[in-house]
Design a protein. Structure first.
Length: 70
């Protein structure tokens, strides 16, 4: 019985190593995706920062409301 418990303990240690490696990999992937999403938002802000011709939201010539979404 002791032999089986030792083998089980060894298997569990090995599984824990793999689970830790997978958890670290998923955390890094999550961090990469978050950085990529924020980088695209930042690029839009930088691109639009110098624009002076951006129309103010308001009423268009034909009477419809024109929002400034971009």
């Amino acid at each position: 019985m002791k032999q089986y418990l030792r083998r089980l303990d060894e298997v569990v240690r090995e599984i824990n190593r793999w689970l830790l490696a997978i958890a670290i990999g998923l955390a890094l992937l999550d961090l990469t995706v978050i950085c990529a999403l924020h980088a695209t938002d930042l690029a839009k802000l930088v691109r639009d920062a110098g624009r002076n011709d951006a129309a103010e939201p308001g009423w268009g010539a034909s009477g419809e409301f024109v929002p400034n979404w971009f």
